[in-house]
Design a protein around this ligand. Sequence first.
Ligand code: HEM
Length: 226
Amino acid sequence: MDIYLNVIKSAEKEFVHESFSEEQLVALSMDMFMAGSETTSNTLSFCFLYLILYPEVQKKAQDEIDAVVGKIRVPSLDDRPKLPYVECIVLESLRMFSGRAFTVPHRSLKDTYLNGYLIPKDVTVIANLYGCMLEEDCGFEEPHIFRPERFIRDGKISVPENLIPFGFGKHRCLGETLARANVFLFIAAMLQKFTFCAVPQFPATLEWLDGVTPRTKPFRAVIKRR
Ligand code: HEM
């Protein structure tokens, strides 16, 4: 923001591209809020829906948080390397959210061959994230099961190359670091203090809604203080 404002101010002194204007800055700020808030909150909705449906995952994360952080101080980003299971819940939640989506549309700038297929100039190109992360033969074993352990190999976190919840290439999501940190802190802080349980009269289902980004259908939970 500061850099952008400085560039606008310097326009009086030197040539600056016309797209640097206050109007453009407002539009960009809106883009950041829209791209950042809905995606992060919908990832968290999928996360908590799955945690209710998979209580054993929740218990394992709580055991890890209790052992590393304890119950008094709030988890911080410094705890991240010591909470690999929570980190894997973040990855699995991103897979479940983004795996129900497509990337934003792009345009091919010139005739391009990809795996022998011609993609002509000026064609709209959209990557199918569902095909990469949730479809039956996408490379993840039993892709519809919420299984954070799938990312642990020989005791270490190992991320397969088709886990691409933030897209890939030049226009890969620029908010990835912020989003992953936020989702991690939210999950760790919530599970440290609360347990999320299903409500027998209103069983949660994996039905979801399409929109700008995918979201869960509203569901109920009993939240118990630990
Ligand atoms: C869990 C959270 C998030 C997910 C899953 C996510 C996912 C994505 C995906 C899939 C794309 C499209 C990439 C492509 O077309 O190849 C994208 C683009 C983008 N994201 Fe995110 N995003 C998240 C959070 C954020 C946050 C927090 C911000 C900003 C603070 C943000 C800003 C953007 C912007 C500006 C683009 C367009 C990038 C470009 O076209 O160059 N995102 N995001």
